[in-house]
Design a protein around this ligand. Structure first.
Ligand SMILES: *Cc1c(COP(=O)(O)O)cnc(C)c1O
Length: 356
């Protein structure tokens, strides 16, 4: 049976990206050696990093003065590296979920943290708007897509202080105005590559402003200087990212990815709103295009397990909601097809008609 992968992360990748990465793991560039057994300094591998960086810059229209880095440690290590490199006295954080809370917690070990707004009062079902940004803070940190709660901040906000964003789960799903950010980061395993690499887009002249000593590996300047080659980078995940960047470019770039995301999300949200059994968990103006969260209405709560089994039998994978939200979550990253979301919607409709 055909499987539709709605996992939140690690998550769906285009089949051709997986196949090209698998092929390079067997024989890299006709060298007779595996991608896994060549030196990252081999003359064949440098072009992989160079092309991945170039495609980042091209696809996201990254202005001059920014570096693209491929690091280890996941987005979770960035929670620590960001304050290490940017927090001198005080930082501002927008709290929109579990990941944002974790980022904020790390910053507190480095200095004062001001929470500009939080949606914790309603279990993170919305994105706070119209909050005040303290102009004396070193930076404002935001999480553009809240993978667990299914909310998304889909515009590049104006900030009077350097803006830093965790874009782990919505990078490459829409055009972004990179010039509004000092730094953008994310784990690759949601919408870019397999697990194992972290991407960072950093404005070079925003670095070097804190007075503390920064350990070499945690200093962004180390990696800027060495072009992500200070130590051995995760070569297979970087290669996989390159294959996906080529795929995104060949399929029309981030504008086309955005159109597809809007189309997919409309199909699923329309069904959630129409179907008698389900209700969306995120407020409508905060709904994510990437992670669509919904539950059974209170009067049908006992049917949740049954629907999950029903959908699983029909090839839906990973639609169980995160424990903090319950119900269901359909993660619809770039590689998710219209056919995939239509198959999910058919499950929802058919389950409804077997119930009534
Ligand atoms: C998954 C996720 C993280 C954590 O990423 P790791 O690479 O596992 O550390 C952080 N932020 C967001 C928004 C995420 O979706």
């Amino acid at each position: 049976m055909k499987k539709y992968n709605f996992n939140a992360g690690p998550s769906i990748l285009p089949r051709e990206v997986i196949e090209a990465t698998a092929a390079a793991c067997l024989d890299f560039n006709g060298s007779g050696l595996s991608l896994m057994e060549i030196s990252h300094r081999a003359k064949d591998f440098q072009p992989v990093v160079d092309e991945a960086v170039a495609l980042f810059k091209e696809l996201l229209n990254i202005p001059e003065g920014y570096s693209v880095l491929f690091l280890g440690g996941g987005a979770s290590l960035e929670f620590c590296m960001v304050p290490y490199n940017f927090l001198e006295k005080k930082a501002a954080y927008l709290n929109t979920g579990v990941w944002a809370t974790k980022a904020e917690k790390e910053a507190k070990t480095f200095g004062e943290v001001v929470e500009v707004a939080s949606s914790a009062d309603k279990n993170f079902t919305y994105i706070p708007r119209n909050f005040e940004i303290p102009t004396d803070a070193d930076y404002l940190h935001i999480t553009t897509n809240n993978t667990i709660y299914g909310t998304e901040l889909r515009e590049d906000i104006n900030s009077p202080i350097p803006l830093i964003a965790d874009m782990s789960s919505d990078i490459f799903s829409r055009p972004i105005d990179v010039s509004k950010y000092a730094l953008i980061y994310g784990g690759a395993q949601k919408n870019l590559s397999m697990a194992g690499v972290t991407f960072v887009i950093v404005k070079e002249d925003a670095l070097g402003k804190v007075s503390r000593q920064i350990p070499t590996m945690l200093n962004y300047q180390t990696h800027v200087k060495k072009g992500s080659m200070f130590n051995t980078p995760p070569v297979v995940p970087i290669y996989c990212a390159l294959m996906n960047l080529r795929y995104i470019k060949a399929h029309g770039g981030v504008k086309a990815m955005q159109e597809l995301a809007e189309k997919r999300a409309a199909i699923v949200y329309n069904e959630i709103d129409r179907n008698k059994l389900f209700v969306g968990t995120a407020e409508k103006d905060s709904r994510s295009l990437m992670n669509i969260t919904f539950v059974m209405k209170d009067e049908y709560k006992e049917l949740e397990k049954e629907f999950l089994d029903f959908a699983t039998q029909r090839g839906m994978v990973g639609v169980k909601g995160h424990r903090d939200v319950g119900g269901f979550r359909a993660s619809c990253y770039n590689a998710m097809t219209i056919e995939g979301v239509e198959a999910l919607v058919a499950c929802m409709k058919d389950f409804e008609s077997t119930t009534f």
